[in-house]
Structure formats: C-alpha cells, structure tokens
Design a protein around this ligand. Structure first.
Ligand SMILES: Cc1cc2nc3c(=O)[nH]c(=O)nc-3n(C[C@H](O)[C@H](O)[C@H](O)COP(=O)(O)OP(=O)(O)OC[C@H]3O[C@@H](n4cnc5c(N)ncnc54)[C@H](O)[C@@H]3O)c2cc1C
Ligand code: FES
Length: 254
C-alpha cells in the first residue's frame, strides 16, 4: 500500500451504483482515515476533490464538466491523484452516521472500520440509495427516501427523531449542506453540537491550504487543510448552510 503525495492511477473497474453515481476502482491503494479526500486530476479537464470511499476507490456523482468527463472513462484509463489530504472523522465506540446521497461515500469506510453503531441513510428514491448492502453488513441501517419508495417517507433527518441522540459518543454527517444544517439545528437544540462532525464540500483549487479558495467565513478556516471534517460547534456561527463560494470567489446561496 502506498501513500505518495502525487501519482497516476489506472482505473481497473467502474461500478454503476445509481443512475448518477459511479464507483471508480483504482489499481493502487492509499493509506487514509475515513473522511480524508484526494485531488483527482482528469487530464485535459480539471482537478477536483473526492473523498476516498475505500483504500482504492472514489464514488462520484455526476455534477458538471469534470465529473461528466469521468463518466466517459473506463478500465485502463488513467487519472492523477494527489493526497490523501485533510483530516478524517473521529472514531468512537458508539457512532451515529447520517448520510444523504453521495454523502455516504466518506462514511462507508468509517462503517467498515466497525466504528458505526447506527447508520441513517437517505436519498430521493430507493434507486438513488448508496451502498445499502455493504452498510447492512457492518451497522444497523435505517433508511429514508423523499418519495417513500423505501423506508421512512421523508428526509433522513426525520429518522433522528426516534433515536436517543445522547446515547452516541459521536455523530458523523455528510450530505447536501441543507440537510447537514438541519442536523446541526437539531443537535444544537439538544446541546450536543460538540459531539457532531460534518464533512464539507467546498470548491477547491490547491487542496493543500495555499490558495485560500476554500476558506469559510468568518473564521477563515480552510476546508482542505483544517477540514474537510469540522466539529458542529465550530460551524454554528459560520457561513455553513447559508452560502458557499464558486470558482471566482463569488458567494452562492445554499
Ligand atoms: C473534501 C471533498 C470531498 C468530496 N467528495 C466527493 C465524493 O466523494 N463524491 C462526489 O461525487 N463529490 C464529492 N465532492 C464534490 C465534488 O468535488 C464536486 O461535485 C466536483 O468538484 C464538481 O466538479 P464538476 O466539474 O463536475 O462540476 P462543476 O461544473 O465544477 O460544478 C457543478 C456544480 O457543483 C458545484 N460544485 C463544484 N465544486 C464543488 C465542490 N467541491 N463541492 C460541492 N459542490 C461543488 C458547483 O457550484 C455547481 O453547482 C467532494 C468535495 C470536497 C471538497
Ligand atoms: S483549496 Fe486552496 S486553500 Fe483550500
């Protein structure tokens, strides 16, 4: 297993997880902590941040130019990888994981490390749910879908209402920021924001703390170097859930 800061990998296999999400299996493994990310260079297109969903995979949702270009790649094609970078989720004995959509990607390795007691998994429909079988093997999984096609009919945050949140050591969260902000509001009401960790998705250029494009207001913390995983109490009075910046640095409402 290697841990070089920069290298080329070949794609061994591509797995279609849902209509919009694919897992790319590399011919190289990386030493990493669940929650850490790599910068993926798609030759001739762009370099983008992606969480490692295992030691040799990333799980990608089609969003724009770079991710669409990745969807045109297959076995034998090559990508540049820098990293792993950033911190990871804090491990604990009784962790509650909450994932929305492709947010399950950095939480799957946490569950595989036997760290997750309960996993709340949400998506718009049953067909968009990620990693259901793999998660079933390592945690107690509760499901919510927006259209009610599987599990609770509603948002994944509604599943929190039936749990004794105080019984968990840590709560690890990744998903759309609106959903993560809803989680933060709930845990703040219970006075346990400090036990909660959120993995932020922000536009990144350098990935190593130099360019400043991923700073969050008002602290100036850099998502690439100080995160991407942040404690809930650090995010309470921040831009989190309100706005983020695009490639030109302009604010974009969430
Ligand atoms: C630490 C980290 C880990 C990530 N892990 C994953 C992952 O495991 N799987 C996955 O599918 N995506 C992940 N992302 C998000 C991914 O980096 C973006 O979806 C990707 O950069 C979009 O590139 P694009 O050129 O395809 O789209 P663009 O054309 O750049 O953008 C399409 C849309 O996505 C938004 N966007 C662009 N960059 C980001 C970004 N970095 N975060 C959030 N929204 C963005 C744009 O504002 C726009 O609305 C992660 C982001 C970070 C910062
Ligand atoms: S991406 Fe350059 S400082 Fe974070």
């Amino acid at each position: 297993m290697d841990n070089n800061l920069s290298d080329a990998v070949s794609i061994l296999r591509v797995k279609e997880e849902t209509s919009l999400i694919r897992t790319f299996v590399f011919d190289r493994s990386f030493v990493f902590s669940p929650g850490q990310f790599v910068m993926v260079w798609i030759p001739g297109v762009d370099e983008i941040p992606m969480a490692l969903s295992s030691e040799n995979t990333i799980t990608v949702q089609k969003a724009g130019d770079a991710t669409s270009a990745m969807f045109a790649l297959g076995p034998g094609d090559r990508l540049g990888i820098r990293g792993p970078f950033g911190n990871g989720f804090t491990k604990g004995e009784k962790v509650l994981a909450i994932a929305g959509g492709v947010g399950a990607a950095p939480l799957l390795p946490l569950a595989r490390a036997d760290c997750v007691m309960t996993f709340l998994l949400g998506a718009q429909t049953e067909k968009e749910l990620l990693f259901v079988d793999q998660l079933d093997e390592c945690s107690d999984v509760l499901i919510a879908t927006d259209d009610g096609s599987l599990g609770l009919n509603g948002y994944v945050t509604a599943l929190m209402n039936d749990l004794n949140l105080g019984a968990y050591d840590r709560i690890a969260v990744c998903g759309p920021e609106v959903m993560m902000r809803a989680v933060l509001t709930k845990v703040e009401e219970k006075g346990i924001a400090h036990k909660t960790e959120f993995s932020l998705h922000r536009y990144m250029k350098c990935g190593v703390g130099v360019c400043g494009s991923c700073c969050i207001d008002p602290s100036g913390l850099r998502v690439c170097r100080d995160g991407p995983v942040f404690s809930g109490d650090l995010l309470l009075k921040s831009e989190f859930g309100h706005y983020m910046r695009d490639a030109s640095g302009r604010k974009k409402n969430i």
